[in-house]
Structure formats: C-alpha cells, structure tokens
Design a binder for this molecule. Sequence first.
Ligand SMILES: Nc1ncnc2c1ncn2[C@@H]1O[C@H](COP(=O)(O)OP(=O)(O)OP(=O)(O)O)[C@@H](O)[C@H]1O
Length: 259
Amino acid sequence: MKELLTVNRLYKTYRESGTIVEAVQDVSLSICEGECLGLVGESGSGKSTLARLLLAIEPPDSGEIQLNGESLLALKGSALRKARRHFQVVFQDPNASLNQRLPVWQSIMEPLDNFPDVKPPFLADVRYCRRDTAVKLLEMVGLQAGHMERYPHELSGGQRQRVAIARGISLMPKLLICDEPTSSLDVSVQAQILQLLKNLQSELRMSYLFISHDIVAVRIMSDNIIVMKEGCIVDRFASQEIMSPNRHEYTQQLVSAVK
Ligand SMILES: Nc1ncnc2c1ncn2[C@@H]1O[C@H](COP(=O)(O)OP(=O)(O)OP(=O)(O)O)[C@@H](O)[C@H]1O
C-alpha cells in the first residue's frame, strides 16, 4: 500500500507556570492509503496534541510531517489552506464543530462552501444544489432530509455526531482524524457510530487515524495500532497481534483492564 502520511521525529513541549510538559516526544509514524491506524493511550498521553500537530492547528517544536511525500510544515497561506482539505477531523464533542445557531444542514455545508471548487465524485449528481448536497450527506450518515432544518440541540448525541461525521467526510478527505468520536455517547450508540465510520471508510477509501483511550474500540476499527504513554510511542503492532505475549507491558495493562 502507498504511504499517505509520514511523520518523523515530532516533538511538542508546553511550558505553563514554570512546569514543562513534554506532550509529544520523538513520535514517528506512517499511515498508508486506506489504512486505519489506531492510537491508544490514557488521558494526558499526548494523543490530542499529536492530532493538533497533524491538523496544523499548532506547529511542532521540531520534526517533519509529509503528505504524499510533500512537507506540510513548509506550507503557508493558501497552499496550507488547500492542503487542509485533505485532513478533516471528527471530535469527541460534536458541538465543537456545529454552530448552535445554525440549522444542521448549513453546518454540514460549511466545508464545501469554503472549497467551492471541490467536487467529490460521490456528490457529483447533487453538488450544483446546496440543499440536495446536504440531504445526500445526511442520508450517507443514516439521517434523513427531515433532520435538515433542526438545530443541534434538537438532535440526540448520536445524531449530532452523525452530523459532525457528515461534515468530516464532505470534502472526501484523504485522512479523517477521529479523536475519541464515541467517548461522549451512550454505549448502545457507540457501536452504531463505529460501524458507520467503518462503512464510510471503505466506501470513500479514506485513511483514518482513530484516537481513543478505549482499546476495544481501537481494536475493532484499526489495521495497525500505536500505543502512547507520556508523549512517547511505547508499542506498535498489527491489530491482530494485540494479545501477543510480545506486547509492551503497558499495552498488556490496557488490555487486561477491559478483560
Ligand atoms: N495548550 C496546552 N498548554 C499546556 N499544556 C498542554 C496543552 N495541551 C496539552 N497539554 C498537556 O500535554 C499533555 C498531553 O495532553 P493531550 O491532551 O495531548 O493528552 P490526551 O492523551 O489527548 O488526553 P485526553 O485523552 O485526556 O484528551 C497533558 O499533560 C496536557 O496537560
């Protein structure tokens, strides 16, 4: 498989009131086209910081991030903006990406409105009409046209996360970063959202970085898994190797905590 994203020796340190936090230390990884890479680790291990670095929300102290062999960190202005369409994100809290004062169809259309030249093949038959495009995206995530005019507070948590996923896939990104996408949801809804993400991944041939502290969800979703602890990657393996006795002691602890 062809490599999509290559990350080399990434570091990020925060300094807050005299304390130094080494949030990401010497992290290298790669994600191939169509691959789901799982990233697991307990709270504070640096998962979201790594996601923010990959999304170019903040810069690393040092290291390199390449998309299809091209350095992302060297990009500025419109070149960076253009590259960003290939990286989309679904956050733990769907409210983070939904404007509470807009009906959900308008939130869904925001990324496509920002990139009017982008015409994903799966939207080819509706892209000329904003409302039809929104309906198609809603249907792709298991909602209906009737949900269009609702405001976020008129939807359940699972429905809101579906809307956030519709936004996330709308530009047909090469990489969708899912940062704890099911952690805020009821257990009964979590499995449905994981299945939806899996179906969309194969339908649209996206790569995923699937971040969670829940090793069971990561195992279900991922081809390969990396484990972070205190900013460092301490283990990496093919997902079917999760029970191997060769696993790092910390991975074994995470696994036995859910047995
Ligand atoms: N903007 C910031 N300023 C200062 N410290 C930060 C900042 N962002 C993160 N940190 C610190 O960096 C470390 C890693 O945090 P991060 O949020 O990346 O971990 P995480 O694994 O995503 O945790 P969680 O699962 O709880 O979201 C933590 O010690 C955190 O307090």
